[in-house]
Design a binder for this molecule. Structure first.
Ligand SMILES: C[S@@+](CC[C@H](N)C(=O)[O-])C[C@H]1O[C@@H](n2cnc3c(N)ncnc32)[C@H](O)[C@@H]1O
Length: 277
């Protein structure tokens, strides 16, 4: 029996994406693999199997996703401390505990958040979660279509681009293999000085062999992975000044003592925050 038929999913869970193609429940998908890794319930058997394969080659796989998520919360707080109260979260994922609007609301109840994800299960779950949240919305769109994202009704309703906005790309650019430089340039030109760019990104630089095996697992999913090393950060942050502590493993980025790992490279994800000049 399928998981939908077994009633494991809400009846209104989408069976098709925004362009009308059917949701593929068999092919593992990074949004749902990540959701499972974080302990969420919006995933199918194939997604869970893929995560267990990841655990076999990388016993730290749960630490990887949790460390990234913890970085995201700290980065959001740092943007709020700078007085930025608007967030455009590209590749926002299936909402779990500690989403950007929740982290933001703790410090600024008036913060505005637009989530963007092209995975229909993630988008539907976000929509449901935000039903009673006037200051947050979801755009179901491919982030590689910046004009569609920036021009979407929810983006225009919730974000004022004449004021600083934090552009968040947490654990998503490694699913984008295209010319990310041009893509980032298009988003950058929509932002005023004082806006922020938050990036966390998978890398293979310290654990080369293990990451080849991780890559092979993602080759069997809907989205192969593209690693980018810390040395590429300057290029991704063109036009932004990277703030302290610079480009570090995500568990090291302004970590609170209980969060730091003995060996930060085990998170396999570097992170940085920049402020637009
Ligand atoms: C690993 S999750 C990260 C979720 C969240 N940003 C976080 O850091 O906790 C990556 C998300 O990016 C989304 N994604 C990947 N490629 C995308 C694209 N081209 N357009 C929109 N979303 C994308 C996936 O669907 C997935 O939900």
């Amino acid at each position: 029996m399928s998981e939908r038929a077994a009633g494991n999913f809400p009846a209104d869970e989408p069976t098709a994406n925004a362009s009308g193609s059917e949701v593929d429940e068999v092919l593992p998908n990074p949004a749902r693999i990540y959701d499972y890794g974080l302990g969420g319930s919006r995933n199918f058997a194939g997604d869970r199997e893929a995560f267990h394969k990841l655990l076999e080659v990388d016993p730290d796989a749960r630490t990887v996703v949790r460390s990234n998520r913890a970085f995201l919360r700290r980065a959001v707080r740092s943007c709020l401390e700078r007085g930025i109260g608007q967030f455009l979260d590209l590749g926002s994922g299936v909402p779990t505990v500690g989403n950007v609007h929740e982290a933001a609301r703790e410090m600024n109840p008036g913060a505005h958040v637009v989530y963007v994800d092209d995975e229909p299960v993630a988008a539907a779950h976000t929509r449901r979660l935000l039903a009673d949240q006037p200051n947050a919305g979801i755009v179901e769109e491919d982030l590689r279509a910046p004009d569609a994202v920036l021009g979407a009704a929810e983006t225009r309703r919730l974000l004022d681009f004449s004021q600083p906005v934090a552009l968040v790309m947490a654990s998503v650019l490694h699913w984008v293999g295209d010319d990310v430089g041009q893509l980032l340039a298009r988003y950058r030109e929509a932002l005023v000085p004082g806006s922020a760019l938050v990036i966390s990104h998978l890398t293979d630089e310290d654990l080369h062999e293990q990451m080849r095996q991780v890559e092979a697992i993602f080759d069997e999913t809907s989205a192969p992975v593209t690693y980018r090393r810390r040395s590429r950060a300057a290029e991704l942050f063109a036009g932004f000044d990277i703030v302290d502590p610079g480009v570090v493993y995500c568990s090291e980025w302004r970590a609170e003592p209980h969060e730091s790992l003995a060996e930060p490279e085990r998170t396999k994800i570097w992170a940085a925050v920049g402020v637009k000049r």
